[in-house]
Design a protein around this ligand. Structure first.
Ligand code: PHE
Length: 322
C-alpha cells in the first residue's frame, strides 16, 4: 500500500521514503525466509528422530532359497560337457510332428510314436495338418535344429524339458533330458564311449566308473546302444562304480544317415554320435532321491532338504557338488 503512495510524492520524498520502504521489504523477506528454513529444519529433525535405524543391530535370520536338484544337475552336466568343448543349444518345447518324429527317421506308422506316449496340441477346426506335439525328447533341438542352424562339424548339447503321458514313482508327465551330439569327418563309437565314460567319472565324482554298452534300437541311430553303469545297492544305498548291479542311464548311437540328411548334412561326408540322458534320473541317482514325483510338488520342506546353495556354481575344477 505504502509502495503505491510513492507515485503521489515529490521526487525528494520519493527517494527517502522509497529507500526506507525497500529496506523494510528486504527485512520482511529475510525474516520470512528464515522462518521457512527453521520450519523445514524442524520438520527434518522430527523425521530423523522418528525414523532412525540402528545399523549396528545384528541381522534377523532369513530363510535362503535353494537351487532345485534338477537345475543343479543341469548346471553340473553343462559344466562337464562345456569342458569337453560342447556348446549349448535350445529349441521349442512345442514341436512340429516333423521335427519330433519324421526328421528323426520315425515314420508315421512307426511303433516308436506310440512308445513315446505323446501329448498332441489341439488343432483349429478344419486344420488337417498333423498336430504339433509337446516334444517327447531333446533329439529335435540337437540332432535337427542345431544341424540346420550351425552345420558341421559340431559338438553340442541341449538340456531341457520333455513330455510324455506317464506317471509313477520314476516317471512324470514332464521331465528333463540332456541330448548330446558330436559330428565330424571321423567321429566313431570309440569317441562316444570315451566321452560318456569321462562324463560319468566327472558327474558321479568317482574314478572307477564302469559302463556297459548294450545293443539296442533307436530309429535315429545305427548302431544303437543303451548304456548301463556298474553299481551296488546296499540297504537301499546306491554306490556307483562297484558291485554286481547295472543301472541303465542313457540311450546312444551313431547318427542315422537319414537324420543327417534331414538336418541338411551330407552323410557321405560326415558322421557322428548322439546320446540322450535323463537329467531327473541322474539327480535321483547322484543325490539319493527316491521319488521323482516329489521333484515337481514345490514342497518347501523337500526343497530345503534336497536343494543346493545358490552361490555354489558347479565347475569341473572347483568341484561340481559341495
Ligand atoms: N531320444 C532318445 C529317448 O528319448 C534318447 C536317445 C538320444 C537315444 C540320442 C539315442 C541317441 O529315449
Amino acid at each position: 500500500m505504502k509502495m503505491r503512495e510513492l507515485g503521489k510524492m515529490t521526487p525528494e520524498e520519493r527517494t527517502t521514503t522509497g529507500a526506507a520502504l525497500n529496506r523494510l521489504k528486504d527485512e520482511i523477506d529475510t525474516a520470512l525466509r528464515a522462518k521457512k528454513e527453521a520450519l523445514a529444519d524442524a520438520a527434518l529433525n522430527a523425521r530423523l528422530e522418528s525414523e532412525w535405524l540402528d545399523v549396528t543391530l545384528p541381522g534377523r535370520p532369513q530363510r535362503q532359497g535353494t537351487i532345485h536338484p534338477v537345475s543343479q544337475v543341469m548346471d553340473e552336466v553343462t559344466a562337464i560337457f562345456a569342458d569337453m568343448g560342447f556348446a549349448v543349444a535350445e529349441g521349442p518345447q512345442v514341436e512340429s510332428d516333423w521335427y519330433n518324429f519324421d526328421a528323426l527317421n520315425i515314420a508315421p506308422e512307426h511303433p516308436a510314436r506310440q512308445e513315446h506316449d505323446t501329448f498332441f496340441m489341439a488343432r483349429a477346426e478344419g486344420d488337417n495338418r498333423p498336430p504339433h506335439v509337446l516334444r517327447t525328447h531333446t533329439s529335435p533341438p540337437v540332432q535337427i535344429r542345431a544341424l540346420q542352424e550351425r552345420g558341421a562339424p559340431i559338438r553340442v548339447i541341449a538340456p531341457g524339458r520333455v513330455y510324455r503321458m506317464d506317471m509313477d514313482q520314476t516317471h512324470t508327465p514332464m521331465f528333463h533330458q540332456v541330448e548330446g551330439m558330436a559330428l565330424g569327418k571321423d567321429i566313431s563309437m570309440a569317441n562316444l564311449k570315451w566321452v560318456l565314460e569321462e562324463f560319468c567319472r566327472a558327474f558321479f565324482e568317482v574314478d572307477n566308473v564302469e559302463l556297459r554298452f548294450r545293443a539296442s534300437h533307436f530309429p535315429f541311430t545305427e548302431p544303437s546302444a543303451e548304456v548301463d553303469i556298474r553299481c551296488s545297492w546296499d540297504n537301499g544305498q546306491l554306490k556307483i562304480g562297484e558291485g554286481d548291479a547295472w543301472m541303465e542311464i542313457l540311450g546312444s548311437g551313431m547318427m542315422h544317415p537319414k537324420v543327417l540328411a534331414a538336418g541338411g548334412i551330407d552323410p557321405n561326408e560326415y558322421q557322428g554320435f548322439a546320446f540322450g540322458i535323463g537329467i531327473d534320473r541322474l539327480a535321483m541317482l547322484k543325490y539319493g532321491i527316491p521319488d521323482l514325483r516329489a521333484f515337481f510338488e514345490s514342497d518347501l520342506r523337500w526343497l530345503r532338504h534336497y536343494g543346493f546353495a545358490a552361490l555354489d556354481l558347479p565347475t569341473v575344477f572347483g568341484g561340481l557338488s559341495k
